[in-house]
Design a protein around this ligand. Structure first.
Ligand code: PHE
Length: 461
């Protein structure tokens, strides 16, 4: 039998879980990473592959991850070890939890740096820095900002402290309250931005760009595009590293995993598409480059805020909400590490949070230096920040996803998943099992092998 509660606490209601998990999912991945990655691969074809990945790989794996978490009700490392031993399988399954911890450190380190950009841009918007700014000036402003290591360090530090503060206080009291209104507010403000972009930018161009797939455009970049779309799906849904697993472990036993997962994935996808619709009309109307890379959001939106009436206010509010979205994601990155330190090392929550936050903060310094002082040090053509991003989103999270799918579909007996998912054994369940046993692991494996150049077919990274 699986335990019915976790020693770390529980979500008070089903809604609290939905809010927390979508708080984890919705973040910089949607508003910062999705638009510029889509832009790097020419739009529509990437978006289509992305949507397919969310539906056929993301949703079934998210269900599996929540299910495993709820059955184990411990940190991912201990959950994997316990569940595997219960089935008479090797405790080495706990390595999945360890890989998740590695991912958590790597992601949090660069995530906090980018979240720091958001904090800085909130202040700049509020101070009216963007008033009347044109594309060239916005570009220059951004480049000067990322060239300034001290400024990046200051904002990175502030964001990491914010993250540690919430995690140290415990998830249920701090975060549950905050996400309750922050998520809806971000959503409304995104709609305002889309409306603004539609009225003042090139909405038609943006719609064609995002929703008219042109596979010819990908050319020999198809392999890289598919890998990135899949990686983006894992990153955006917070899958493959234990964040969703630990959140599942705080979910009450009677909540429907399938229903909640679909709601969370749908919200996450909607926010990403809305972000695209807020950004690309401005990109096209101002003759900007969709493939501008990680600076895309930070270069385009200030132009819109600089033009619109009340732009300083709306701009500051928008970046504030983005900070919140990043915040609710970053705490879910720290939580699996903290849960492990509390369970296995006897640390207090506070000590565990401070220690792990400090580790990620130190790694973050390497990330931010890679944008300026260390920019000439590269591996595979990437600086530290880009390398961490690529390694986690495109390689480690999908790898974790395969293992989660295999564990849920092959290692856990059918009985266990029928019980835990509680959706009967009808069509829905059979579809899930098919996806999680065959489709998801095989699809992810093929994409990864292709990217490594093992398969000759679709063009390499
Ligand atoms: N899903 C978050 C985002 O889109 C990032 C994240 C990845 C959070 C992995 C937790 C785990 O911003």
């Amino acid at each position: 039998m699986s335990p019915s509660t976790s020693i770390h606490g529980m979500w008070s209601t089903r809604l609290a879980f939905i809010l927390a998990a979508s708080g984890s999912a919705v973040g910089l991945g949607n508003v910062w990473r999705f638009p510029y990655t889509a832009g790097e691969y020419g739009g529509g074809a990437f978006v289509l592959v992305y949507l397919l990945c969310v539906a056929c790989i993301g949703i079934p794996i998210m269900m599996a991850e929540v299910m495993i978490g709820r059955r184990g009700r411990q940190s991912p490392i201990n959950t994997m070890r316990t569940l595997a031993s219960q089935e008479g399988k090797t405790p080495a399954w706990s390595l999945l939890g360890w890989m998740g911890i590695l991912c958590a450190f790597l992601i949090l380190s660069f995530y906090s740096v980018i979240a720091g950009w958001t904090l800085a841009y909130m202040v700049r918007a509020g101070a009216g820095v963007f008033t009347g700014i044109d594309a060239a000036a916005s570009d220059a402003l951004f480049n000067a900002f990322v060239g300034n290591a001290e400024a990046l360090l200051a904002w990175h530090t502030i964001f990491m402290v914010l993250t540690v503060l919430v995690v140290a206080r415990g998830v249920a009291s701090g975060l549950e309250q905050a996400v309750r209104w922050m998520m809806p507010a971000l959503f409304v403000l995104l709609l305002v931005m889309v409306a603004y972009a539609a009225l003042n930018g090139d909405l038609g161009g943006a719609l064609r760009y995002l929703f008219q797939p042109d596979f010819a455009e990908l050319g020999d970049k198809a392999g890289a595009a598919i890998l990135s779309a899949m990686g983006q799906a894992f990153f955006s849904l917070s899958l493959g590293m234990g964040a969703i697993m630990i959140y599942g472990s705080y979910l009450k036993s009677d909540a429907s995993i399938a229903q909640n997962t679909i709601i969370i994935a749908a919200m996450d996808t909607l926010v990403a598409l809305l972000a695209g619709l807020a950004i690309f009309p401005i990109v096209f109307a101002h003759g900007l480059e969709p493939a501008a890379g990680p600076g895309l959001v930070f270069k385009t939106l200030p132009i819109a805020f600089g033009e619109m009436p009340g732009g300083s206010f709306f701009g500051a509010l928008f970046f504030l909400l983005l900070v919140f979205a990043a915040w609710t994601s970053s705490i879910s990155l720290l939580e699996p590490i903290v849960a492990y330190l509390v369970e296995n090392r006897g640390f207090s929550r506070v000590r565990a949070s401070v220690l792990s936050g400090t580790g990620a903060w130190l790694l973050g310094i390497a990330c931010l230096l890679s944008l300026n002082a260390w920019s000439e040090y590269t591996l595979l053509g990437k600086g530290v920040l880009d390398l961490f991003d690529f390694l986690t989103a495109n390689i480690l999270l999908p790898l974790g996803g395969i293992l989660i799918a295999v564990f849920a579909g092959w290692v856990l007996p059918r009985r266990a998943s029928v019980d835990e998912l509680g959706m009967g054994e009808g069509l829905g369940y059979r579809l899930w099992r098919l996806l999680v046993r065959y489709v998801a692991p095989l699809a992810v494996a093929v994409v990864l092998l292709n990217a490594l150049g093992v398969l000759p077919a679709i063009g390499q990274v």
